[in-house]
Ligand binder design. Structure first.
Ligand code: DX5
Ligand code: ZN
Length: 218
């Protein structure tokens, strides 16, 4: 299980996104892009035009996390815009199987995200449709929130479910991931770690990524 780090540009300086992306290009695996529509979550961030521009300006593949209503309608456009991975929320998708298949057909990795209160068991049969399962460890909407330990048992169950199938599904954790919490997440079975404030709030974002990776591997 290779450990991957996906710094979230939500905590970066939006006026200098290309520079912020370049700052972690040598140490990170992905660039996590939080798309929020002010309906699914009470915050508004960025959409397709910025993803299209960032795709040209950044060398890391984009890991697009769609916190939006009607992801069935919008997710394919993110895959077409060149995102390496597109994740939709289980609570918002009306036709997740069709949408996940469409994302894959368009050449991106397909992800399904679960809010802290959404159980993983109902999605066990969908694992074969997924390249990544995202377990949210904060209520989505904002960076810099406190990690919710209450999701650790779900990360563990998700890892067991993934192990019990033949599917090779990455298990991502997002929200409050830091030097203090990443070990717990890794121990529970996560292998892809999103970190916003822990990376872009640090003096040296590249070094912060390395430190998180080392911490997760312990
Ligand atoms: C929150 C976003 C996260 C956010 C994480 O809704 O999905 O990706 O950027 O930020 P930190 O790591 O600061 O909790
Ligand atoms: Zn996110």
């Amino acid at each position: 299980m290779a450990i991957q780090i996906s710094p979230s540009i939500l905590s970066a300086d939006f006026a200098h996104l290309a520079d912020e992306a370049a700052a972690v290009a040598d140490t990170a695996d992905w660039l996590h892009v939080d798309v929020m529509d002010n309906h699914f979550v009470p915050n508004l961030t960025l959409g397709l035009p910025i993803v299209e521009s960032l795709r040209k300006a950044a060398s890391l593949p984009l890991d697009c996390h769609l916190m939006i209503e009607d992801p069935d309608r919008w997710a394919p456009a993110y895959a077409e815009a060149g995102a390496g991975s597109v994740t939709v929320h289980a609570e918002a998708a009306r036709s997740p199987v069709r949408t996940l298949r469409e994302i894959r057909r368009l050449g991106a990795r397909a992800g399904l995200a679960l809010n802290p209160a959404t159980p993983v068991e109902p999605y066990a049969d969908l694992l074969g449709e997924l390249d990544m399962l995202l377990v949210m460890s904060v209520e989505p909407g904002f960076g810099g929130q406190r990690f919710l330990d209450v999701v650790l048992p779900k990360i563990r169950r998700a890892r067991e479910l993934i192990r019990s199938t033949d599917a090779s599904v990455w298990l991502q954790v997002d929200g409050g991931v830091s030097a203090e919490t990443i070990e717990r997440c890794a121990e529970a079975g996560a292998d892809v770690f999103v970190a916003g404030s822990a990376v872009y709030g640090a003096k040296d974002p590249a070094a912060a990524v390395e430190a998180l990776r080392a911490q997760a591997a312990r």
